[in-house]
Design a protein around this ligand. Structure first.
Ligand code: PAF
Length: 280
């Protein structure tokens, strides 16, 4: 079933909450197998699964792809139904943001929101935290599932939930990859055939970084610059390559065991991101 208004959503979810628990997967649609894996994970965690599709204007900067972001609601609804989703919540912008954007209350998770992707996309994580907070209040799920491909986003959401004592368990699901290693993403659809052939270098470079770190290297600065050079030499335009502490994305000290390597790079119209978290 698809519901577009908050009242209808609340009435339905209230009924379910009386007899069981509810899992929630927020998305912006244009679904692929990676999203369906999140829905599968959600199904294993709760009696009922709610998925939202909302292309959130608040998380797009000026000149980004909000207007052109692929909207494929009918196809997505069919995929979700086949995957056993109980409810698709697909609100119009006016239901999510009835007031002008400059009068909308916002949620800011300081520090972590301005690093890495947040440095290149100012305001992006305020937009994400605001819409996810609002969706949580509308759906009131027991558990919510987010992909680890957006590792920084997952950390921002975890921090928001902890800081604001929201009664939601946040679960991170592993990244799904194409057979050549490219992380599945709605934005892969922006790549031409030629660019698509280049794109797997992002995961290859991150895997190489991981290998050096697992072998014991603590030359973080040297490894990061070499990896960025490799991306640029292979046809991408590096935004950042970073080796960070997995728990909070801080710069790691020597011998740090829990790490994440992250990168963002431009390729044609697409801005690709990927990461690998690991212990050493
Ligand atoms: O990851 C996404 O698709 C979006 O950032 C999210 C979490 C649905 C918020 O708009």
């Amino acid at each position: 079933m698809t519901i577009n208004d908050v009242g209808g959503l609340r009435t339905q979810v209230d009924t379910w909450r009386r007899g069981g628990n509810v899992a929630f997967v927020p998305t912006m649609g244009n679904l692929h197998s990676g999203h369906l894996a999140l829905v599968k994970a959600a199904r294993d965690l709760a009696d009922r699964v709610v998925v939202s599709i909302f292309v959130n204007p608040l998380q797009f900067g000026a000149g980004e792809d909000f207007d052109n972001y692929p909207r494929t609601l009918e196809r997505d609804a069919g995929m979700l139904e086949a995957e056993g989703t109980d409810l698709l919540f697909a609100p119009p912008v006016a239901a999510m943001y009835p007031k002008p954007q400059d009068q909308q209350t916002r949620v800011e998770v300081p520090g972590i929101s301005t690093l890495l992707c947040g440095a290149s996309r100012p305001g992006h994580f305020v937009g994400v935290a605001t819409v996810v907070c609002k969706l949580f209040n509308m759906v009131q799920p027991d558990v919510a599932v987010f992909g680890k491909k957006d590792f920084q986003q997952l950390m921002v959401i975890r921090r928001m939930v902890e800081d604001l004592a929201m009664p939601v368990r946040v679960v991170g699901a592993e990244t799904l990859r194409e057979s050549d290693g490219l992380a599945m993403s709605s934005r892969n659809g922006y790549l031409t055939a030629e660019e698509r052939a280049l794109a797997p270098v992002l995961y290859r470079v991150l895997s190489g970084l991981k290998k050096h770190l697992v072998a014991g290297s603590d030359d973080f600065a040297g490894l990061q610059s070499k990896a960025a050079r490799e991306l640029d030499e292979n046809g991408l335009r590096t935004d950042y390559v970073a080796i960070r502490r997995a728990s909070d994305l801080a710069e790691p000290g020597p011998g740090e065991r829990e790490l994440v390597v992250l990168a963002a790079a431009y390729l044609g119209r697409a801005r690709l991101i990927d990461n690998i978290d690991f212990s050493r």
